[in-house]
Design a protein. Structure first.
Length: 262
């Protein structure tokens, strides 16, 4: 059971007890009688659960980064906040969009439900929008036939692996973000999983070419050679989108990481 569903059920139970007490049970009790324990707890916790449910469903939701696929932008152990309304207001649990407010842009760091297992939340960077032609060959990214601008900057020092890796500043429409590559890792991408719209992708020894279908997005990790992303398991459908990551609020191993990121 997902946490969102658990929270919704808890809200429904406590809210029902609150209503039952307000309009029925309270009138049946004498003034001296105490509330039953289950009524007391439900009435006390209902407002708190309601506020948490509203904030988490429509405004912001916290997440913890479990892997290194978004290094150097996000590190393992980062606690982040995700904007839940920037891509539109969605009904909780079922994730159906009811108000259109915006859509993902190239370069956004997006949280979404993993297409192969929607119970899992993934985080990657949006690289391709519906209709885009994505080409990734020999570790170079092209968008609609044009190379995505990038320039090499100071090497990235991996504390976990005690190594330095080439770091680049990549940009979409003037907005830059950092990526890392590994010289010794092969640049080609082997055939990925059998996924929906897999016919939109062509794999060969040099890499892959994909045309993003309508209502879907192509995403990649900033740690390009250590990321399972759209190159492997396909496109992210719009209905799987959770929100846009925008803020690091805690990392117990590196307290200085508090702040924003791109």
């Amino acid at each position: 059971m997902s946490f969102a569903l658990f929270l919704f059920l808890l809200l429904a139970v406590t809210g029902s007890v609150w209503l039952l007490d307000k309009y029925y049970l309270r009138n049946k009790r004498s003034k001296e009688a105490k509330q039953p324990w289950w009524v007391e707890y439900s009435v006390s916790f209902f407002p708190v659960i309601l506020i948490v449910f509203f904030l988490r469903s429509f405004l912001v939701e916290p997440f913890k980064i479990p892997s290194g696929s978004m290094i150097p932008t996000l590190l393992i152990g980062d606690f982040i906040l995700v904007n839940k309304y920037t891509y539109g207001v969605r009904l909780p649990v079922v994730n159906i969009k009811i108000v259109e407010l915006g859509s993902p842009k190239r370069g956004d760091v997006m949280v979404f439900r993993y297409p192969s297992d929607p119970s899992l939340d993934y985080i990657k960077r949006v690289v391709g929008l519906p209709g885009d032609r994505i080409e990734y060959r020999n570790k170079e990214l092209q968008l609609n036939g044009m190379p995505v601008p990038r320039r090499q900057v100071e090497d990235y020092e991996s504390r976990e692996r005690l190594q330095y890796f080439p770091r680049y500043l990549e940009s979409f429409e003037g907005a830059g973000h950092e990526i890392i590559l590994e010289k010794e890792t092969p640049g080609f991408v082997s055939q990925g999983m059998d996924f929906r719209h897999s016919g939109n992708c062509d794999y060969n020894s040099g890499g892959l070419v994909c045309t993003v279908p309508a209502g879907h997005y192509f995403v990649m990790g900033d740690n390009r050679d250590n990321s399972s992303d759209s190159r492997v398991w396909g496109f992210v459908p719009d209905e799987n989108i959770v929100g846009k990551a925008f803020f690091i609020w805690l990392n117990l191993n590196e307290l200085g990481r508090f702040g924003t990121f791109r």
